[in-house]
Structures are given as structure tokens and as C-alpha cells.
Design a protein around this ligand. Structure first.
Ligand SMILES: [Zn+2]
Ligand SMILES: [Zn+2]
Length: 338
């Protein structure tokens, strides 16, 4: 079968590799849609932490279930997606149901080869399906679940102000699920095009350009002097992460979904004075996947508006360098396979 391999930063090669064998407790999925994520773009760029090459990318996937062992309730030929997080099932996090932060976690397309292939083998227990979603929607469940998990971690309540820093696909997903919770959303980014998207497509009236020198004043005005009780970083930008605490209300929660590779620093007195809660949000769980599917089926969220580019598998390699250029206004790319 054909595979697209990222051989080193900046280079892809289409290669013939063996089809995955059918194994006990596993399923074979014929990959049909691959959404491209910041992780994939950063891996191509060479800026993704803990990344080794060569690597087959791709973890936002959907396809046809070709064959399986031990997947009760599933049928051959049906459309599926899956959790691309291979957890061990035995560690302290797994035993607590926090499979998303398993001690021995291997993420498809990151720690192990991913889904830019014709056929992919995955443990059957990770399969997810919904009769009511098409293949494109199924491939978007994973990135949406990242946002849903962050909102769950933050325990966002109706009516509270939630500031989301970073209006890329994960930030947009986070905003969508904050909206489902009835929060007052504030969208922050440096890219005016993305802020316009938040305003015009997601209907978020409070948009904040991160380059605004009077940013604290602007946030204060929007929140009637209180500042947001939840601040979420979905930018993975160190400077933004450092600033986030300055925007947080006293008693508020600061959640880091985005990831970068350096240390982060805060003023301890500021952190203490606010009695702030700091937490990270990593990946997602099956509950988050199910929650996303429920909201997609009920049309509470509409991620189709995130899709700016559709390409064929054979053209994906050539697309990556273009998708990295901010002026090209790419939000979400879907790679389509026959
Ligand atoms: Zn992703
Ligand atoms: Zn584990």
C-alpha cells in the first residue's frame, strides 16, 4: 500500500509499504479522510517537541472498517474514527480513567506511525462510530475533542467569561464548546483574518487583537472590570502563555491546551494573589469523543466552516509548505482518499 512518510523536517516521500496484518484484538480501517493538524505542520517544520523521523503523520482520521476482532456493536464496511492514543491500561492514570495522559501513551502520527496510509491497524477498543455523521465529520471528532476536553477541565459554567488565546482549529473548537456551555467568549489572536472568522462565522463579538497595547484595558472593559474567570491557551505560544495570567480574574482557572517546548514562568506573587488554578489539558478521552459526536449530531456545533482546503492524498505532500504560510489563511485541511 501507499504511505506518505515525513523523512526529515521539510521533506515527504510517497513509499510502498506492506499492508498491516490482521491481529487479535485489532481492527483494520481503510483510511478515507485525514485532517491536517498543527502537530502535523509542526512536525513537517521540525518544531514539534519529542519528534523522531522518519515518521508517517496523521492522527485525525476516518475511514471504512474493513476487518476487526473483538469489536462488539461494529459492522464491516461502516464509517469509523478512533482515538489515536494508545494507552497502556495499567498505569495510575489509566486506572483512574485518565487514558488521555497515560504514563506510557503513544499517539498515532507522533510517537508511532500515523494514518497517512491506505490501511491502518488500531486496537479495536479505540474504535468510535456514529450512524449520523459522515466521514469528514468523523475525521474532525478528534481535534474537536481536544477543545471539548479543555472546556471540561475548566468546568466552564453558563454566563462566565472565557478568554481563548489562539484562534487556530483547536482554539476554534474550544470556543465552540465554551459556547455550548453558555459562556461569554472572548477570542484573542494576532491574526486579524482569524479574528474576523471568529466574529463572522462563530458569532463571537468580543475579539481581541493580541497586538493591542491596551489589551488589559480592553479585556477589563468587556468583563465589566472583573477579568475572565477562565483563560485558555490554545496558541502554544510561549509569550501568550506568559501573558495569560495577567488576564485572569481573581479566583480564576488558567488552562493550557497548547504546547511549546520551553519552560514557562509566572510571577509567584501574582499567581498567589489571584489564588489562580493552573492546569494542563492533554488529548481527550472516549467520553470527550462521545460528547463531541452528540453535539455534532444535534448541530450544536458546525465545524465544516473550519475547512478551508480539500486536497487529494497524492497532492498532500506538496501542500504542506503552503499551509504553513499565514497569508494563505488556512484553517483546516482535509486530505481525501478514494
Ligand atoms: Zn490534531
Ligand atoms: Zn496507562
Amino acid at each position: 500500500m501507499k504511505a506518505l512518510v515525513c523523512t526529515e523536517p521539510g521533506n515527504f516521500e510517497y513509499t510502498e509499504i506492506a499492508d498491516p496484518p490482521m491481529r487479535a484484538g485489532h481492527a483494520i480501517v481503510k483510511i478515507r479522510k485525514i485532517c491536517i493538524c498543527g502537530t502535523d505542520l509542526h512536525a513537517f517544520e521540525g518544531t514539534q517537541p519529542f519528534f523522531h523521523y522518519p515518521r508517517i503523520l496523521g492522527h485525525e482520521l476516518s475511514g471504512e472498517l474493513m476487518d476487526f476482532d473483538d469489536a462488539p456493536g461494529f459492522q464491516r464496511g461502516e464509517a469509523v474514527t478512533f482515538l489515536p492514543y494508545l494507552n497502556c491500561g495499567n498505569c495510575i492514570a489509566c486506572r483512574a480513567g485518565k487514558t488521555n495522559c497515560c504514563v506510557n501513551l503513544q499517539v498515532c502520527g507522533v510517537h508511532i506511525d500515523g494514518g497517512m496510509v491506505d490501511y491502518y491497524s488500531i486496537p479495536s477498543r479505540l474504535l468510535v462510530h456514529s450512524n449520523d455523521l459522515d466521514l469528514t465529520e468523523l475525521a474532525m471528532v478528534e481535534p474537536l475533542a481536544i477543545g471539548a476536553h479543555g472546556i471540561r477541565r475548566a468546568e466552564v459554567q453558563s454566563g462566565e467569561f472565557v478568554l481563548v488565546m489562539g484562534a487556530g482549529p483547536i482554539g476554534l473548537a474550544t470556543m465552540e464548546f465554551a459556547k455550548v456551555k453558555g459562556a461569554e467568549i472572548m477570542a484573542m489572536d494576532l491574526n486579524p483574518h482569524r479574528l474576523e472568522f471568529c466574529k463572522n462565522i462563530l458569532g463571537i463579538s468580543n475579539i481581541i487583537n493580541a497586538a493591542n497595547p491596551d489589551i488589559i484595558e480592553q479585556i477589563s472593559d468587556i468583563t465589566h472590570g472583573n477579568m475572565p474567570t477562565v483563560v485558555i491557551d490554545a496558541s502554544g505560544n510561549r509569550k501568550a502563555i506568559h501573558s495569560g495570567l495577567n488576564y485572569l480574574a481573581h479566583g480564576g482557572r488558567y488552562i493550557l491546551i497548547g504546547l511549546q517546548k520551553e519552560e514557562i514562568m509566572f510571577s509567584h506573587p501574582d499567581f498567589h494573589r489571584k489564588e489562580a488554578t493552573l492546569m494542563s489539558s492533554r488529548n481527550a478521552t472516549r467520553d470527550d469523543f462521545e460528547y463531541v459526536i452528540k453535539n455534532l449530531v444535534n448541530r450544536k456545533i458546525n465545524p465544516r466552516s473550519f475547512i478551508t482546503n480539500r486536497v487529494k492524498f497524492i497532492d498532500a505532500a506538496a501542500g504542506f509548505s503552503d499551509w504553513l504560510v499565514p497569508a494563505n489563511h488556512v484553517i483546516k485541511v482535509v486530505v481525501e482518499k478514494e
